[in-house]
Design a protein. Structure first.
Length: 178
């Protein structure tokens, strides 16, 4: 099945589509989550996502190295969902920013290095990676938001090149791009 990139806007149905693909695959499912419960609203969202997953699915919560976690969890009989790159890139920028470093350059290096791990997937494994397309809106009004948009766009492009399949979600409808 290979590597599937699922992209689209916020609330477009990306995660639901990945879950549907995993359920239909009849494989052992591993869910790699990047979200961190940093506030009450995000904690509620994470709890809802956990409740929606079947108890037989294995969840790995990895906010900074999800591609490595996905590669390590992937087996020939598995379907791995990595949800999502959007939060992962935000986590990287925040992590480097909290260390009082200029965040964009080291976050870019860390992201591109971690993406390399997806090259070593087992031949028969399936991995669906969820990400947002954030570059379709207005130009952000601050440097950190622009750096985030640019880095996520670069990460998405890099992953799309490597993916066997790319799906764009619009209003709950999957449009095959590759």
């Amino acid at each position: 099945m290979g590597l599937i990139l699922i992209t689209g806007g916020a609330r477009s149905g990306k995660s639901s589509y990945a879950v549907q693909l995993a359920a239909e695959s009849r494989r052992r499912v591993v869910y790699v989550a990047t979200a961190e419960p940093l506030d009450a609203e995000m904690t509620k969202r994470i709890d809802q996502h956990r409740a929606e997953r079947p108890p037989s699915w294995h969840t790995i919560e990895e906010p900074l190295h999800p591609c490595r976690a996905a590669r390590e969890a992937a087996a020939p009989d598995s379907f791995v969902i990595l949800d999502c790159l959007t939060l992962w890139v935000s986590n990287l920028l925040t992590d480097f920013d909290s260390k009082h470093e200029p965040a964009a350059a080291p976050a870019r290096s860390a992201a591109l290095e971690d993406l390399q791990c997806l090259r070593d997937l087992p031949t028969d494994a399936a991995v669906a990676v969820v990400t947002n397309e954030v570059g379709l809106g207005i130009v952000p009004d601050n440097a950190l938001a622009r750096a985030y948009r640019d880095l996520l766009g670069e990460v998405n492009q890099e992953l799309a090149l490597r993916a066997d399949e790319v799906q764009l979600m619009v209003s709950g409808i999957a449009l095959r791009l590759k």
